[in-house]
Design a protein around this ligand. Structure first.
Ligand code: SF4
Length: 582
């Protein structure tokens, strides 16, 4: 059986431990050098390794030895180095179509995009050479769609423009006013049109360094499409955007594809991915070890296959369980025990005005909160927590609240220190399912966005309070992690009798976890009104009406999908005033 070994020598620094591990290896004990130590680094020879896993048990945080699926009998497209991550195959852009890529974190989606955009030269697994030329790639992909793609690349017929994942790093590489920066790269002379379509008109005079995450994302998308290219690549274009902006951006991206233009997108928001792509590739594998790209599939079928976890044509099960949605959410038998209520409250914050007419929160409930950015969601919770006082109205309880903010920053504190309460109180419910043990001895400022998010969620949920408020817990998480977090939050509220308010812009995530819905309406930075909590159906109807979209459930997987505007289903749901499922 073919296997790969991945060793993180940055984590495995202790020489005594390395020698100890080497001494444990049964192959080394037979006199064959399977584990070698060179230049103070530990290496594993994948050809002689028998996959016994003894070294992995001795250093689970630093060593992975993985048996590859039998069906995977091919050369990789790229390997970063000896005992490092390996990528098999690539997604293929198609002219006239938006092609999506879906998969969990750490299986090489960004690596694949970098290769296709020409930002990384692949080495076909031979990490000792710099990278291969187009002739070798054409030969490598002979007989596949990718062959034609690299032939056109070689002839210089394809010019790629690429939006990277981390837009928050943008102010480090570019400085100045938004309008000036975008005008400088306006190779297609589409400045005015793109500014209008992405709603950037009111921030053109702002300095890049002062922008919010959502503004930076839209500026990065504008910068990508203003370049004269015929292949546009977007790595996670919906991060930091609210739902309205997500829909606007996905319509915009969808509109870019024509017979002379191809678009490739990596996206974790399944509703948005479904809405904007024609085909998708599924990427699967082992986080940080290897990644494989499936054949392209029509989007609807591809997303359902991804949720099933089984690729029929390739005969590969890449997840040991299906992800299921319910046609109707499971009935809860909680007794509606009141937690707090409010009536006619109003509050002024500078020129911003917040209003909440009447509402009540109950114990054991998970309440989704939807609405634009900047319309008072955090201020409302501060009112509930008694941190802020309303100018008018009645608020009958002062609650103890634990808060996870939208933007989380890490310092040098070790993960184990901030998770003390979580480890003591909810080891089985939080720490284990979120795979946090392997992060215990890492400082917070060395974690990836997704790791930091999981730590922040566990820390928030472990506190002994009445109400949890989480602002965008889905950010940086892949779809599997998002659904896992939903389940953890629901289970915890049921078991502890507490209440959670979850602000998020991923509608599928909100749909999966919420018992009820609060809808925020208003104008960012000017006024906000709190409506609800409603039942999911009533709340979604109210919210989707503002977005001018209708949602149905997929017949097979029961996942939510946006109806095509003007389609029979869309018209029928609108006429029945059931914008949320029919
Ligand atoms: Fe040796 Fe391989 Fe076993 Fe590790 S998994 S101890 S390298 S044989």
């Amino acid at each position: 059986m073919k296997r790969i070994a991945v060793v993180d020598n940055e984590k495995l620094k202790d020489m005594q431990k390395k020698l100890y591990i080497q001494g444990l290896c049964p192959v080394n004990r037979r006199g064959i050098e399977c584990i070698k130590i060179e230049d103070k680094k530990l290496y594993i020879d994948e050809l002689t390794c028998i996959g016994c896993g003894i070294c992995v048990k001795a250093a689970p945080e630093s060593i992975k030895v993985i048996n590859l699926p039998e069906a995977l009998n091919q050369q990789p497209i790229h390997r970063y180095g000896e005992n490092e991550f390996m990528l098999y195959s690539l997604p293929t852009p198609v002219f006239g179509k938006v092609v999506g890529v879906i998969g969990k974190n750490g299986v090489g989606k960004s690596t694949a995009l970098k290769i296709i955009s020409g930002n990384l030269k692949p080495n076909l697994g031979d990490y000792e050479q710099d990278g291969v030329g187009y002739d070798e790639l054409i030969q490598f992909f002979k007989g596949t769609e990718a062959q034609g793609f690299f032939e056109r690349m070689k002839k210089g017929e394809i010019k790629a423009s690429y939006k990277p994942q981390h837009v928050d790093l943008l102010p480090k590489t570019a400085k100045g006013k938004v309008g000036n920066l975008l005008k400088k790269i306006d190779e297609k002379k589409r400045f005015d049109q793109v500014i209008e379509l992405l709603d950037l008109g009111n921030i053109l005079e702002n300095d890049l360094a002062t922008l919010s995450g959502g503004e930076l994302q839209r500026v990065a998308i504008a910068a990508t499409v203003l370049r004269d290219a015929n292949l546009y690549i977007f790595d996670e274009p919906s991060s930091f955007l609210d739902i309205e902006q997500r829909i606007r951006v996905s319509r915009f991206i969808k509109g870019l594809a024509d017979e002379k233009t191809a678009v490739l997108v990596v996206e974790h928001d399944l509703i948005i991915l479904d809405y904007m792509t024609d085909n998708i590739h599924i990427m699967y594998g082992e986080e940080g070890a290897y990644g494989i790209v499936s054949q392209p599939k029509a989007t609807r079928v591809g997303i359902n296959v991804f949720l099933d976890g089984y690729l029929k044509e390739e005969n590969i099960r890449f997840r040991d369980h299906e992800i299921r949605f319910f046609q109707r959410p499971p009935e809860k038998h909680s007794k509606n025990i009141p937690l707090c209520s409010w009536e006619q409250i109003e509050c002024k914050l500078g020129r911003f005005h917040l209003k909440a007419v009447k509402g009540e929160l109950h114990r054991e409930k998970t309440i989704g909160v939807v609405g634009k950015n900047g319309i008072g969601k955090t201020s409302f919770v501060k009112l509930l927590a008694g941190v802020m006082k309303p100018d008018k109205g009645k608020l009958n309880e002062k609650l103890r609240v634990a808060y996870k903010p939208q933007y989380i920053e890490g310092d040098e504190t070790l993960v184990i220190t901030v998770l003390k309460e979580a480890i003591d109180r909810f080891n089985a419910l939080l720490v284990q399912p979120l795979a946090l043990e392997e992060l215990f001895y890492k400082p917070l400022n060395t974690l990836s966005g997704g790791q930091l998010q999981r730590v922040a969620i566990a820390r928030c949920l472990s506190q002994d309070v009445d109400l949890f408020l989480m602002d965008e817990p889905s950010a940086y998480l892949d779809i599997e992690q998002r659904l896992l977090i939903s389940k953890i939050i629901r289970d915890l509220m049921e078991q502890t009798g507490k209440t959670a308010l979850i602000v998020d812009h991923d509608l599928l995530f909100i749909d999966y976890l919420s018992d009820e819905l609060i809808v925020f309406e208003g104008k960012p930075a000017i006024e906000g009104e709190v409506k609800g909590p409603f039942s999911m159906e009533a709340g979604m109807n109210q919210f989707l009406g503002g977005l001018n979209i209708t949602l149905r459930r997929d017949e097979e997987s029961h996942r939510p999908r946006i109806n095509k505007p003007g389609s029979q289903k869309d018209r029928q749901q609108r006429s029945e005033q059931k914008l949320y499922y029919s």
